[in-house]
Ligand binder design. Structure first.
Ligand code: FCX
Length: 435
């Protein structure tokens, strides 16, 4: 079977032709209107990006090249001992639009393992971080430092032809994804354990190896959870903060390490990826305040108190989604199968029954339903990975698969430096008040 790079080399010229044709035939057509409200409102609803790997439907949720999460769970190759999809296969799908064979996925697992070593100065850098530095900050620092060995940055310096950018981009993307378990695992071991990092096993899959470095690979179900987790957190179309940041920074021809570390800094915000940490913190606080098995009425009151004190209910709401996030549902399925009687899962389920009603009554949020972050923490807690400040790091490992697959295409398709036009409020007034 073909390797990913071989298949990609066939697809790149085809796609370049396709885009040329689209631009020729439809280039002058409008994607919609931009209003003053949109410009003030975080560009919500402006259709101004092309993102090939996934599209988010407000009602159906994310589709990776037309495959829903359920279809991915069914169709993507599995480990011999597992039922959840291997994220390596999802990466293949994101890059090519095609479901890979099991052999192709195994080859990717082997390649990720083979490229996984990180330079000793990056190990030292991580080791020197104080345990009080948030794991996401350590993560971003380390990814920036990996820039030292960027193929793309070196090739640019030697004056490579821009038609060949994507080849170097591809090598960097593969290196970066491969090295993340060693980076993320080292941070975890340093901050929460004894600092000893076990070696990657060259013949095991990516999720097993990440679980091993974290110290949880003896539990088959945890490895399965990671396979699911890394698959569903990978990509959520192009406008979310981490995806758009990768695109934006990469468009200046900053290499993938610089672009992805910038994305991690965005993912570390509480309205984005840090919400998975915040959800667990908020539920624990709820338990402290109203007890382990509260009545629906007291839960409702707790949710109202959060809203009345001017805070968001973490894990609920979304800028694009208007129904329950299928990533939430996939994790709920997993919980129903593996931990149906877990007390924390029961609380999460109770919140699922109560929060949407309260948010609806509150009347501000456009989407009262839970997103991916409302459910991920409880699963990790169950298997003993209880350090919630670490959770966004796992989100970041997964997000690399989506944003880097697109970054390869950004360079293969020659997308230009991003530079939308901005106006000042004074100019808006001048334009519409005619002074
Ligand atoms: N709790 C309380 N208020 C909420 C809310 C929530 N969960 N979600 C939205 N709102 C509020 C907004 O703060 C806004 O208030 P304002 O009018 O006073 O400014 C109003 O409702 C309208 O916002 P809305 O258009 O519905 O949502 P946005 O697109 O502006 O924001 C996020 C989307 C996701 C940022 C928002 O729903 C939120 O803050 N949720 C909680 C944090 C969270 O779970 N983030 C993770 C999202 C995601 F899945 C991820 O990136 O990981």
């Amino acid at each position: 079977p073909k390797t990913l790079k071989e298949r990609l080399s066939e697809l790149v010229p085809e796609k370049q032709e396709e885009i040329k044709k689209i631009k020729k035939e439809h280039g002058a057509k409008s994607l919609g209107n931009v209003t003053v409200d949109m410009a003030y409102g975080g560009m919500r609803g402006i259709k101004g990006l092309i993102w090939e790997g996934s599209v988010l439907d407000p009602d159906e949720g994310i589709e990776f090249h037309d495959y829903t999460i359920n279809e991915c769970r069914e169709l993507l190759p599995k480990a011999d001992d597992g039922e959840e999809p291997l994220p390596e296969g999802l990466f293949w799908l994101l890059v090519t639009g095609e479901i890979p064979s099991k052999e192709q996925v195994q080859a990717l697992s082997a390649e990720f393992a083979a490229r996984s070593a990180i330079p000793s100065f990056v190990e030292d850098l991580i080791d020197r971080c104080p345990n009080t530095l948030h794991p996401m900050s350590q993560f971003s620092l380390a990814v920036t430092a990996l820039q030292h060995d960027s193929n793309f940055a070196k090739a640019y310096q030697t004056g490579v032809n821009k038609n060949e950018y994507w080849l170097y981009l591809y090598e960097d993307a593969m290196d970066l994804i491969s090295k993340l378990p060693n980076v993320a695992g080292r941070i975890y071991r340093n901050v929460y354990k004894d600092g000893k990092v076990p070696p990657i096993e060259p013949d095991r899959d990516y999720s097993y190896n990440l679980a091993k470095i974290l110290g949880y690979s003896d539990n088959k179900d945890f490895v399965e959870l990671l396979r699911l987790y890394l698959t569903i957190h990978s990509d959520h179309e192009g406008g979310n903060v981490s995806a758009h940041t990768t695109r934006l920074v990469g468009s200046a021809l900053s290499d993938p390490f610089l672009a992805f570390s910038a994305a991690l800094n965005g993912l570390a915000g509480p309205l984005h990826g840090l919400a998975n940490q915040e959800v667990v913190r908020w539920i624990f606080h709820m338990k402290d305040v109203i007890g382990e098995s509260p009545s629906d009425e007291t839960v409702k009151e707790y949710v109202w108190n959060t809203l009345k004190s001017g805070k968001v209910v973490p894990g609920y709401g979304h800028a694009v989604l208007r129904k329950t996030d299928p990533r939430y549902t996939a994790q709920r399925d997993f919980a129903l199968k593996h931990l149906p009687n877990d007390p924390l899962f029961k609380l999460v389920s109770q919140l699922y029954n109560i929060v949407p009603g309260v948010l609806h009554e509150h009347g501000r949020t456009k989407n009262p339903w839970p997103n991916v972050d409302a459910h991920s923490g409880v699963l990790l807690q169950y298997y003993g990975l209880v350090e919630q400040n670490y959770y966004t790091v796992l989100f970041g490992v997964s997000r690399s698969l989506g944003v880097l697959s697109q970054l390869i295409w950004d360079r293969a398709l020659g997308f230009p430096i991003e530079r939308p036009k901005s106006y000042s409020s004074a100019l808006i007034r001048k334009m519409f008040e005619g002074q």
